[in-house]
Design a binder for this molecule. Structure first.
Ligand SMILES: NC(=O)c1ccc[n+]([C@@H]2O[C@H](COP(=O)([O-])OP(=O)(O)OC[C@H]3O[C@@H](n4cnc5c(N)ncnc54)[C@H](OP(=O)(O)O)[C@@H]3O)[C@@H](O)[C@H]2O)c1
Length: 394
């Protein structure tokens, strides 16, 4: 039985991972669970899976968790706190697979520690590779760790690339649903509300990635993620808008053949693949019924209405610490939009301004990328405060 540690067990990917583990009864156990503040759900998970290590965001959450476990008469596992706690989850003894499913830069250190130990990392937390792709892939190469994508597009690419020679692959083609504003005008997108932006047409996901899908920064981050996972250059990675989200991504070979992976929009498929690879286990999951599909459409993305796509390619080409700045600026801007502090259109403007202000350095250590990340967070937070003050003065 393989032991799995989950970073972000109470989130959308985390809960789906536990559903996959349930469905594959007897194949996987749970060694450690890391969460933030959803203590009630974490206590339920600890009662059911009995991990040896758990982690929460802060001391207050740890106290609540101990209380919730006592009420259930469940012995408390070792409880870690914050990023250190997540690292304890990632490095918990006798663990085979670490699922990276927290949101944003938070996953960086824990995932790095797991890769250093040579563990398989099933990675949903794409921001980790955006911020420090070179360091992560180098750590994996050094220890022999496997880095398997859970993100559905990259999971699809991984499946398409099985058995192909890298030199015979011409292009990686990431599909994008286009999000809720695929057909909206520039003016409608500029002033889109939180409720409109949170209404993803095809996928059920956490709030941050849903907003990233609405700005299409999600696809931009995925381009950078693909660069590191598949050793491809920016010129070899394309985006195509595919509103039905049936084709999860494709590769084009040098002879012009396209190979695609198709499926329903259920993340459990990608999670199961990353857990069981290279084996394929029978899955009691919804299957794709081709006869019910009326059409499959593909369009070129529109970087004018979705400037985040351009910003991500520019950051990838600039290299070094620029993708870390892009990611951190996006995290702060998305949080501000979700807190009704900025307009939807401000998200891309703030990211663009932060990237313009930044002079990239070589991303040769975690300290360097974390400094760039911190600089961008402060720069964008200050810009939001300054804009709010200017607005209230007029
Ligand atoms: N959802 C999808 O279908 C999907 C698809 C592809 C890729 N991804 C990627 O997968 C990652 C997770 O996405 P998601 O949609 O599953 O996110 P989510 O539903 O928002 O879950 C986030 C998880 O992170 C935890 N967390 C938040 N703040 C924390 C903190 N300060 N300390 C420790 N843990 C904290 C949350 O814990 P609490 O809830 O306990 O606070 C929760 O377990 C993201 O990088 C996303 O881009 C997601």
């Amino acid at each position: 039985m393989k032991q799995v540690a989950i970073l972000g067990s109470t989130g959308s990917i985390g809960c789906n991972t536990l559903r996959v583990i349930d469905a594959l009864a007897g194949s996987f156990g749970v060694s450690a669970l890391g969460a933030g503040g959803n203590v009630e759900l974490l206590a339920q998970q600890i009662e059911k899976y009995r991990p040896r290590v758990a982690s929460v965001a802060d001391e207050a959450a740890a106290d609540k968790l101990r209380f919730a476990l006592k009420q259930r008469s469940v012995p408390a596992p070792h409880i870690g706190i914050g990023v250190n706690g997540l690292s304890e989850v990632a490095t918990c003894a006798n663990t085979d697979i670490v699922v990276g499913a927290v949101v944003g830069a938070l996953g960086l250190l824990p995932v790095y520690r797991a890769l250093e130990l040579g563990r398989r990392v099933a990675l949903a937390n794409k921001e980790t590779l955006v911020i420090a792709g070179e360091l992560m892939t180098r750590a994996a190469e050094k220890s022999g760790a496997e880095l398997l994508p859970v993100d559905s597009e990259h999971n699809a690419l991984h499946q398409c690339l099985r058995g192909e020679q890298r030199k015979e692959v011409k292009r990686l083609i990431l599909t994008a649903s286009g999000g809720p504003f695929r057909e909206a005008s520039k003016a409608e997108i500029e002033s889109a509300t939180r409720a409109q932006a949170l209404k993803h047409p095809t996928w059920q996901m956490g709030a941050k990635i849903t907003i990233d899908s609405a700005t299409m920064m999600n696809k931009g981050l995925e381009v950078i993620e693909a660069r590191w996972l598949f050793h491809a250059s920016a010129d070899e990675i394309d985006i195509v808008v595919h509103p039905q989200s049936v084709v999860h991504s494709m590769i084009e070979l040098v002879d012009g053949s396209l190979i695609a992976q198709l499926g329903v929009t259920d993340m459990r498929h990608a999670i199961q693949y990353a857990l069981t690879y290279p084996a394929r286990h029978p899955a009691d999951l919804p299957a794709l019924d081709l006869t019910t599909l009326s059409k499959l459409e593909f369009f070129a993305p529109d970087p004018e209405r979705f400037p985040c796509i351009k910003l991500a390619y520019q950051a990838l080409r600039a290299g070094g610490t620029m993708p870390a700045v892009l990611n951190a600026a996006n995290e702060i801007a998305v949080a501000a939009f979700l807190a009704d502090q900025i307009k939807f259109g401000d998200i891309a403007r703030l990211i663009g301004a932060a990237c313009t202000e930044h002079t990239p350095q070589a991303a040769d250590s975690l300290d360097t990328v974390l400094r760039a990340d911190q600089w961008a967070r402060e720069w964008v937070a200050n810009a939001i405060t300054a804009n709010a003050q200017a607005a209230s003065a007029t």
